[in-house]
Ligand binder design. Structure first.
Ligand code: HGY
Ligand code: MN
Ligand code: MN
Ligand code: MN
Length: 400
């Protein structure tokens, strides 16, 4: 499976993945998923929101157990964030077939669309639409960096954008969703464990800061005469770092757009996107408010106008306690020490769906903790341990 999947959407220069929603690379990944389903005799289905499903048994019977993740990536992402959960899902099913497991509940494997939000700015679009956490009208207003609206991109990829919307009937037939994911930190490396169980996801969000000044000649405009939006932007980046440090949170300006973007022109616009995450909602709100306050002060001092737009905010997630306990029991059977339980600052479809159905996550050790980078890595032995853990979980939940 890896051999077929690894080349898709990989940038030859960086070695990172550029698998953005509704692009050619995305289509190749989706074709790979459909092929994996077909090879195993699973019924392949694309839902109204473009999420892909592969079914063993009839989901109409209800109380299905679903596993899977996503295949899209951030700009120059690694090979594991998302795909490890999908590959492990198919591999776990293969393992259960080897064991001769018979299933008492329908089993589904899912590839959620547009998890990273790399193209249209909002993460987890497929699961948000399904859960009714994003309306069709809101989704139709999303555009990519080239100004292509999401509905046009969907249409070009052969999906009907007017069909998108909540799918409560589908969710009602799912009794549990377990997403396996590469860990995006070093907790398992530090504890010496291959696999852990997720406890919670920090609240997080994305804010767009538009600093508007005046374009002018870089050689002839006196410093005193400038309204340069790059200056308050730079001060704001430093303020974000300071405020996050004070609050024990994280804050990142990882994306920036500059107009006119000329080396010898003072910018007219600097647009920076803030991603911030904290242990709790008041902590997150306080960091973002402090960054915005600093941005406004610095903008005013430089004669620059500022607009701040909240593009998304995802509340804290506590994964389902009963399901978590069940996973801990299943994975703890042959162990003396308890299975590690860890929180994360990364968002996941399992977090979005936790408001609608019982969800849980398994994390696989990441020896460096690096993620959202071509350097992301997981050792093969740990990936195999993840597949076997997922197989045990699926067998424990569905086996007769
Ligand atoms: O956490 C994130 O940045 C995304 O939802 N994976
Ligand atoms: Mn990610
Ligand atoms: Mn992911
Ligand atoms: Mn000139």
């Amino acid at each position: 499976m890896w051999r077929d999947l690894l080349p898709l959407g990989r940038h030859p220069g960086t070695g990172g993945y550029r698998r953005y929603a509704w692009t050619g690379a995305d289509a190749e990944c989706r074709a790979w998923f459909a092929t994996q389903a077909e090879l195993r005799g699973l019924r392949h289905e694309v839902d109204r929101n473009g999420n892909q499903w592969a079914w063993l048994g009839d989901p109409a019977d209800g109380d299905a157990v679903v596993t899977g993740s996503h295949l899209d990536s951030v700009p120059d992402g690694g090979a594991f964030d998302g795909p490890l959960g999908v590959v492990s899902a198919f591999a776990a099913l293969d393992e259960l077939r080897r064991r001769g497991t018979s299933f008492s509940r329908p089993l589904g494997i899912v590839n959620f669309g547009d998890e990273e939000g790399a193209r249209f700015g909002l993460a987890c679009v497929g699961s948000r639409l399904t859960a009714g956490r994003l309306t069709r009208a809101q989704a139709h207003r999303l555009t990519d960096g080239d100004g292509t609206p999401l509905p046009r991109a969907m249409e070009a990829a052969g999906h009907d954008p007017d069909a998108i919307g909540p799918d409560p009937g589908r969710l009602a037939r799912i009794g549990a969703f377990v997403e396996l994911h590469v860990e995006q930190g070093r907790a398992l490396d530090l504890s010496g464990d291959r696999v852990g169980i997720a406890s919670a996801i920090w609240p997080h969000g994305r804010w767009r800061f538009d600093f508007r000044g005046e374009a002018n000649h870089a050689g002839t405009t006196r410093l005193a005469d400038r309204r340069d939006p790059m200056l308050p932007y730079a001060e704001t980046v430093l303020a974000a770092r300071r405020e996050a440090e004070l609050a024990g949170a994280v804050a990142t300006f990882g994306k920036i757009a500059v107009e006119p973007n000329g080396v010898n022109a003072i910018p007219s616009l600097v647009r920076g996107w803030l991603d911030s995450r904290a242990v709790d909602q008041p902590g997150l709100d306080a960091v973002v408010a402090a960054v915005e306050k600093a941005a406004r002060e610095h903008a005013a001092a430089h004669g620059v106008e500022l607009d701040v737009v909240r593009e998304s905010r995802t509340p804290v997630v506590e994964f389902d306690h009963a399901l978590r306990d069940e996973l801990a029991r299943i994975l703890g059977r042959d162990r003396t020490a308890p299975v590690p339980v860890l929180g994360t600052g990364a968002g996941h479809d399992a977090g979005i769906l936790s408001g609608s159905i019982p969800t849980a996550m398994l994390f696989v050790r990441n020896p460096t903790g690096v993620s959202h980078s071509p350097a992301e890595h997981a050792d093969e032995d740990d990936c195999v341990a993840g597949v076997l853990a997922l197989a045990d979980v699926l067998e424990g939940l569905t086996g007769t």
